[in-house]
Ligand binder design. Structure first.
Ligand code: THU
Length: 139
C-alpha cells in the first residue's frame, strides 16, 4: 500500500485537535504536556493526551491514548486503519513520537503519515515506515 497523503486542511484540523487535547494532559511530573489526534480511514478523528502516574512507568503517551480510545470506540467498524497521526507538545517544543508509540501506530497504520514538530522546529509529515523501519507485525 502506498503511503497515505493528507491535505493541508486535514493536517491543520489534526494539529488543532491535538493542541486542544494537550490542554487536558495529566503531566504533573514531567510537565511535558502532549496531545495527539488520529485520522481514521472512515474520516473520524480521535484525540488523546498523556496521562502520567506517581508510579512513573505506568505513564501512557498521548498517541497511545488516542489509538486505544479509537479501538474502544469501534472506529472503522472494528478494523481501525489510521491514515494520519498528529502529535504536539502544548508549549510548541519539538515532539516526535516515542519508540513505543511508533510501534503501536504501525500496528494500525503501517501506511500512515505522522505529523509533528521536528528537532529543527518545523512541522513535518513523515511516513511511519520511515520513523520505524521494519515495524513488527504478526498479521
Ligand atoms: N510523551 C508522549 O505523550 N508522547 C510521546 O511520544 C513522547 C512522550 C509523554 C510521556 C510523558 O508523560 C512525557 O511526555 C515526558 O516523557
Amino acid at each position: 500500500m502506498p503511503v497515505h497523503t493528507i491535505t493541508q486542511q486535514e493536517q491543520d484540523a489534526l494539529l488543532k485537535a491535538a493542541q486542544d487535547a494537550s490542554e487536558r494532559a495529566y503531566a504533573p511530573f514531567s510537565k511535558f504536556f502532549v496531545g495527539a489526534a488520529i485520522l481514521t480511514a472512515s474520516g473520524q478523528v480521535f484525540t488523546g493526551c498523556n496521562v502520567e502516574n506517581s508510579s512513573y512507568g505506568l505513564t501512557n503517551c498521548a498517541e497511545r491514548t488516542a489509538i486505544f480510545t479509537a479501538v474502544a470506540a469501534d472506529a472503522d467498524s472494528g478494523l481501525l486503519e489510521i491514515r494520519a497521526v498528529a502529535c504536539v507538545n502544548r508549549d510548541g517544543v519539538p515532539c516526535a513520537p516515542c519508540g513505543a508509540c511508533r510501534q503501536v501506530i504501525y500496528e494500525f497504520g503501517p501506511d500512515c503519515v505522522v505529523i509533528y514538530r521536528n528537532k529543527e522546529g518545523k512541522i513535518t509529515q513523515t511516513p511511519i515506515a520511515e520513523l520505524l523501519p521494519e515495524g513488527f507485525r504478526l498479521r
